[in-house]
Design a protein around this ligand. Sequence first.
Ligand SMILES: O=C(O)C(=O)C[C@]1(C(=O)O)C=C[C@@H](O)C=C1
Length: 273
Amino acid sequence: MRLAYLGPSGTFTHQAAATLRPDADGSPVDAASDALAAVASGAASYAVLPIDNSVNGVVVPTLDALLARPELSIVDSIVLPISFDAFTPDPAVAPTVVVSHPHALAQCRAWIEAQGLPTREAASTAAACRDLAPGEVGLGPRICGGLYGLATVAAAVEDNARAYTQFALVSASRLPVRADGDEGLLVALLPEANVPGILRRLLGVLERRGVNMTNLVTRPVPETPGLFTFLLFCSGTFTADDFEAMRAEWAAHGGSARALGRITPLHELAGRS
Ligand SMILES: O=C(O)C(=O)C[C@]1(C(=O)O)C=C[C@@H](O)C=C1
């Protein structure tokens, strides 16, 4: 069974994929859209992608790729602690730039500032570490040091020692929509039109049903300039029937709802060690 993940070997996403589906044959790809294209075409049974980080927020390329693939849904998720080490391919050469995934650079601001170095973005943490030239410092998971023959400049350079990223397992099969206990649901709501009060009316459905919204993200609808999809990160307890009733209410208020799948609200982790 093939599983496409944001690669190359050694990314946090690789670690999430190996934990979610240890039996799968992992296949690294360069971007979220490529991973979902592989599932949509049947070339892979699953994809694993990062969704949101407790420090830097949602991973926009993953959300956009999911919105573009209504035939796919999130069937499982995992939340992993995130810590970055700084690596160099050649300790004898003075560092000139820090390279990593934009989410990694955003989570290590204090350390980067203390070095007084500029930054450069890479497609992933492991891609940054794999492609380092002398004088470049890469930020990535500890495993990248051994994988890519690098020397460690500094360990655990993140600003926040309790950072988490959530990763989604995506497949073409649709699970019945429900959530229980500390699970949540990610819902895409497309308003019919951008008119005054539409968001308040749509969110009223959650309030009346006692469903908590833990995050709200808006993404443009590429085909309709000025129209946005609202992505609702919800937490609560729903049955499939509850969701169908909510979907009908949203439709009555001018919104079409699609459940992207079950996720873990990151605030649920606040009390965990
Ligand atoms: O580059 C990686 O290692 C990834 O798996 C991507 C990613 C992300 O998209 O946020 C995953 C976790 C970390 O927060 C940093 C980068």
